[in-house]
Write a protein that binds this ligand. Structure first.
Ligand code: NZQ
Ligand code: ZN
Length: 389
């Protein structure tokens, strides 16, 4: 194993009924709570009523901040920070998915920081010397795993940049994770979130080192769990076992454990984030379009690992196949799974209609240092073009 330092400051309360059981005591030290959420799903599925009734009963003053959009913008972060300052908010309670969680993390910092958080922390990595507002999270959809890290992916619409940084100080202090809260997630979003989990694991797995290491072993188990449980949750969205496994898979993929000792790739994430910055596409769907094409480009550079992926994750029989055939069969099994669960397979299906934009988007993508084969902007453009139809 390579050297590493591991810490995770988020305390997780997981399981059916956890919000009812723990929210009141977790918010006990605070008086004014900013209740932050997205476009209103929590009002339709009853989560809003459950959360507010607990906070009212505990005598809290609630400041609502709603309308956090998918792919949260820096403008929204600034609005939230202004509200938090004006209303003397003591803590932020984010209720939602990755977009709500990320926006809340950035608000927790922006509310306490005098300067411009985009310039000083997102555009270039900084050192956070202020204490952000305390942040608690109630997770409503499995996918990003944002509840257990300090990562916040924010879109600067003016600059056409979508980017994330992981600051340990932005780890939420607690995360409440009730799998029942995820029952109402529409199937399209559930599979998108499921693929995001798989992508986080693959982007970590397909990177050096390749010698025996516990992170790779954990990742194979996690990938199999995501595939199996996503299939089960499609058949029965109220399958508690499947929903709880998916919810914990998503945390396990992004709580830093599997990254220990790994270089990590995240080239597909870099490409998807810029597609998102230009087109506002859905994150998990964008990843589904890109991954098989990207892997067809790089698998020869990481052949032993792609062979291992085919055998250990997709259980492909290696008999009579060359390493190259086997590796390629693993990539094609991934592509077939994407089709099977109903995710888009082309940029056009993703809603990207203007092919002339692709050059500019490709040129704006970050280049990952950890990839088995370092991309160039020219090759990223080739990949986008292959993804188009
Ligand atoms: O906005 P509402 O009305 O709440 O509806 C949301 C939204 O439409 C809906 N939803 C969430 N929980 C629901 C529900 N609908 C019904 N019932 C529920 N229980 O789902 C839709 C998508 O929500 P969103 O939060 O946007 O999805 P996701 O969790 O996939 O987050 C995506 C964002 O996270 C970033 C992505 O780039 C994107 O901006 N990421 C954050 C990461 C991190 N911080 O670690 C890592 C990821 O790689 C990713 O980049
Ligand atoms: Zn992701």
């Amino acid at each position: 194993m390579n050297n590493f330092i591991f810490q995770n400051a988020t305390k997780v309360y997981f399981g059916k009924g956890c919000v009812k059981e723990y929210l009141s005591c977790l918010t006990e030290p605070y008086h004014t709570i900013m209740l932050a959420y997205g476009g209103g799903s929590i009002k339709a599925n009853g989560i809003y009523d459950e959360v507010t009734s607990i906070l009212w009963a505990a005598g809290k003053r609630i400041v609502e901040f709603s309308g956090i959009m998918a792919n949260p913008t820096y403008a929204k972060v600034q609005k939230g920070a202004k509200l938090a300052r004006e209303q003397h908010v003591d803590m932020i309670l984010g209720v939602g998915g990755g977009s709500v969680m990320d926006c809340c993390k950035a608000i927790s910092l922006a509310a306490k920081y005098e300067g411009d958080v985009w310039n000083d922390f997102w555009e270039k990595p900084g050192v956070i010397e202020v204490d952000p507002l305390p942040l608690g999270i109630i997770v409503t959809v499995a996918g990003t795993g944002s509840e257990c890290n300090g990562g916040a992916v924010i879109t600067n619409e003016e600059k056409k940049v979508k980017t994330g940084r992981d600051y340990p100080k932005l780890n939420p202090s607690f995360a409440l994770m009730d799998p029942v809260y995820t029952y109402s997630v529409p199937v399209k979003q559930m599979v998108s979130g499921g693929f995001d989990i798989l992508s986080h694991i693959m982007e970590t797995y397909f990177s050096e080192p390749n010698e025996d290491n516990v992170s790779d072993d954990i990742m194979e188990a996690l990938m199999k769990s995501v595939i199996r449980n996503l299939r089960a949750a499609i058949v029965n969205p109220k399958d508690y076992t499947a929903r709880s496994n998916l919810l914990w898979d998503s945390t396990m993929a992004e709580n830093r454990i599997i990254k220990m000792g790994k270089r990590c790739d995240f080239q597909c994430h870099n490409m998807e984030h810029q597609l998102g910055a230009y087109t506002d596409c859905n994150h998990g769907c964008g990843l589904a379009v890109l991954h098989p094409v990207y892997y067809r480009h790089i698998y020869k550079a990481g052949l032993p690992k792609f062979v291992r992926f085919a055998i250990n994750v997709w259980e492909i029989d290696g008999n009579g196949k060359s390493d190259e055939e086997l590796a390629r069969a693993g990539v094609e099994a991934l592509a077939d799974f994407i089709k099977e669960i109903g995710l888009p397979t082309t940029l056009r299906e993703l809603g990207v209609t203007d092919r002339t934009q692709l050059r500019e988007i490709a040129d704006s993508c970050g280049i990952s240092a950890g990839s088995y084969r370092k991309m160039t902007h020219e090759e990223i453009l080739e990949i986008f073009n292959e993804c188009f139809e």
